[in-house]
Design a protein around this ligand. Structure first.
Ligand code: FEO
Length: 399
């Protein structure tokens, strides 16, 4: 594969991984992913920014050979996670004169996680610079997007910023430059939801920092390169904003249809008031779809059947996932159905507690199918959610 020149001696030397179907053994990938790596040729020195997923090291090294790369002076490591650092040992073997340039936290990680020896690492701090001759690399520490070790590398003369995972997308491509599309926006949102949303406030801070830098290009470590940085930066401004949208996300698991019938009832009533809803069948759904809707939701309504004397384990998993993804949702309601007895909501309430959600009504635990008195309680939940959404400034029908 011939490396594509991105700008003035900066080349893309990453790889598509179209076959990968899941990331972190958690996240389904609709569009595969890429592991981006960048070759920067200065007048005196050559650097590689970020390396490669370990399983693809052989192809990566062969491509360097095929492109006639005989010497690399610096390996810039923006982040220690193995999908970017995994090939450092092989690169150091191939280019024994190279030094790894990174911050202290990444250094600690790559020493313990991929076995880089300490003497091959040069530590840099925030805003430190490294000259490649006619190009200067500046390192900007950006802890929290998404590990404590993350940093950006700014190529000053070219006004190009390599942001590692931040502003990325799991999205393979034939042209390295991002073309605005619904599909790419969706992939970037799914990626944000699953990887960056738990660190929303840090993402907000660094979105503004990158905006203020007014760079010409953003070079992330997954997905296409943005020659139009405002495309991804405007999306991040929206996703990281403090104000949720007029949306209720409704994950549910229903063994005999009772919980599902209550979810459907709530959804229909909420929609009739002008509130959007997203019903999510926990058993059949794609976690990425749920995560994406959690980016915007003002309210979470969790529905669960009972297994033995507690909530269905699948609903427990979703409550835990929601708590670790830390969406900006403000309100919650809990509903469910049981057969012979037990407690549906104690554990779920504990798991959701870190989100500090305002529970809008008494959790509704119904024996078997919902009865007329249960539908009255569901109506009260609808009223409460409508009132709460109105308090956020959304215009809706209060009956
Ligand atoms: Fe793409 Fe945090 O690694």
């Amino acid at each position: 594969m011939k490396f594509q020149e991105i700008k003035n001696g900066i080349y893309y030397c990453g790889l598509n991984d179209c076959d990968r179907k899941i990331f972190d053994e958690l996240i389904p990938l609709e569009n595969g992913t890429t592991y981006n790596s960048y070759l920067v040729k200065g007048s005196e020195k050559t650097a590689i920014i970020d390396t490669m997923y370990p399983k693809m090291t052989d192809i990566y090294l062969k491509n360097l050979d095929d492109n006639g790369i005989k010497k690399v002076d610096y390996i810039i490591e923006n982040h220690g996670e193995q999908d970017h650092s995994g090939s450092i040992p092989a690169l150091l073997k191939k280019f024994p004169e190279a030094l790894v340039i990174t911050n202290a936290k990444v250094a600690e990680n790559i020493i313990s996680m991929v076995g880089v020896s300490e003497e091959k690492i040069k530590i840099v701090g925030n805003n430190d610079e490294l000259s490649l001759g006619d190009k200067t690399l500046q390192f900007i520490l950006s802890p929290g997007v998404h590990w404590p070790d993350t940093m950006f590398t700014y190529i000053k003369e070219d006004n190009v910023l390599a942001t590692c995972d931040f502003l990325g997308a799991h999205y393979t491509f034939s042209d390295v430059f991002a073309v605005k599309s619904e599909e790419l926006t969706k992939s970037a949102k799914r990626y944000y939801a699953e990887i960056m949303m738990p660190f929303r406030m840090m993402c907000k801070k660094y979105t503004q920092l990158v905006k203020d830098m007014q760079v010409d290009m953003i070079l992330p470590s997954h997905g296409p390169i943005y020659k139009n940085p405002e495309y991804i930066l405007d999306l991040y401004s929206d996703w990281t904003s403090d104000t949720p949208k007029n949306l209720v996300v409704m994950p549910y698991v229903s063994m005999y249809g009772s919980t599902e019938s209550m979810i459907n009832y709530l959804s229909d009533k909420l929609e009739s008031r002008g509130i959007k809803t997203f019903k999510y069948d926990i058993i059949d759904g794609d976690l990425g779809d749920l995560a994406m809707h959690l980016v915007d939701a003002a309210t979470i309504v969790l529905g669960t059947s009972m297994v033995l004397a507690g909530p269905h384990p699948a609903s427990v998993n979703i409550a835990y996932l929601a708590s670790v993804l830390r969406p900006k949702a403000k309100f919650a309601a809990l509903i469910g159905s049981y057969g012979w007895g037990g407690k549906l909501f104690d554990l779920i309430g504990q798991l959701l507690a870190p989100l500090k959600l305002d529970v809008v009504a008494e959790p509704l635990q119904v024996k078997g199918k919902p009865k007329p008195e249960d539908f009255k309680k569901l109506d009260l939940i609808v009223d409460s959610i409508a009132e709460k959404h109105k308090s956020l400034g959304y215009d809706m029908q209060i009956l």
